[in-house]
Each structure stands twice: as C-alpha cells, then as structure tokens.
Design a protein around this ligand. Sequence first.
Ligand SMILES: N[C@@H](CCC(=O)N[C@@H](CS)C(=O)NCC(=O)O)C(=O)O
Length: 227
Amino acid sequence: MSDYTLYSYYRSSCSARLRIALNLKGIDYELVPVNLLKDEQLSESHRALNPSATVPLLVVRSGDDKTGFKIGQSVAALEYIDEVAHQEGASSLLPPARDARGRAIVRTLAQIISADTQPVTNLRIMRRVRALGGSAEDWNKELMTEGLRAYEAVAQDHAGRYSFGDSLTIADACLMPAVWNAERFGVDVKGLFPTIAKVAAVLEEHPAVKKAHYFRQPDTPDNLRID
Ligand SMILES: N[C@@H](CCC(=O)N[C@@H](CS)C(=O)NCC(=O)O)C(=O)O
C-alpha cells in the first residue's frame, strides 16, 4: 500500500487532472493546498519539491520510504497512477497495449491540451502578457479556442460517450478542466464544439469528476464553493 500526497490548487487544471484520476481509481490522498495567487509555487520550499515551480506535485510514499517518490508533471503522474492501479486490477485510462493506434490517438488528445494549450495560457504567461500591455483574457480565450478546435477535429472521429470510445481515458482527464477554463474565459464551448460539449456533459455527471471540481476542494474560497 502507498500513501499519496497531492500538492494542488483548487482552480489549477493540471491539478484537477490528477484529482479526477485519483478519484476514478478510488485512491485516497492527502491534499496540500498551494495558493498560486500568493505565489506559493515559487517558494524555495516548493521548488525543492518540484523544480518546475508548479502544481500538481504527486508524492508517493511506500514502506520505509518516508521521503517519497515525487512526480512534478501531471501527465507523467496520470500515467503513473494508471499503471500502478492497472497492475492491481483496475481498468486502464489508456486503450490496451495491443491497440497502439488507439493509444496514440488518446495521447494526441491529451497533448493537445497538456502540451499545446495549457502551457501558453498558464498564470505565469498571463502575467507576462499583461506586463507587455496585452489583454491576458483575450489571449487565453483565443488560444483556448484554438486548442479546443484541434481537440474537436480529432475527437469527432473517435468519440463515443467519452473522447475515445466509451471508456474514460487520460484525454478526458485533461479535457474536463480545459473546458472549465475555456468557459471561464468566455469560449462558447457548446456552440462551437459539439463533440467536446457532448463528452463534457457526460464527464460532468461522473462522481469522480464532480468530486474533483474546482469548487469542491478544501482550498476553494467560501464564495465559490458548491455542494
Ligand atoms: N506541464 C506541467 C504544467 C504545470 C502548470 O503549469 N501548472 C500550473 C497550474 S495548472 C501552475 O502551477 N502555474 C503556476 C504559475 O504559472 O506560476 C504539468 O502538466 O504538470
């Protein structure tokens, strides 16, 4: 048995990916809030744990290992959670190894969000856009629209109940919080992206996703909290 600690911020899309996966696998975890608006991710103590100065950070402790094994990249952590749980008999968040094409499609979808969309709309980038005199809100709305347009184009040929067929995958764990962010910045997800909207509607009803929602976290401010 391992102990899991998740360093997380309630409104961090990358943290939400891991909350969704941990909830899906029924893995209990201790949540350590890191307040991005107070720059806690930039502190020496956090950088010592995650040199990327970001959340999420997943720390896994087992047996006598008190320091823990640290994973500071959300997609690596998603796959780790999936692989460990799969070894213990849970269903996988990736198509089976014999379906190499399916796995490539799921990873393509996950990377449209995790490699092409989130990094350019991150808090540190928004701050730089503002420092250069631009509108970070317009910047994010445009880039999130472009990212979701690419996702829609790939997913429309493969989606069932979820982004790839009828099983929830790492692509969905990346998509759901990306949709929450896009809606926050005024992207008309339902109007522009019918496949994503259909999948998101199913995801939003999933108990693991509900529990991972931005507004149901221990560090969610009281004025945003929902039941
Ligand atoms: N590639 C990293 C990105 C992590 C990341 O950028 N996290 C955001 C929150 S979603 C963050 O910590 N931002 C802090 C900042 O921009 O200073 C991952 O997938 O874990």
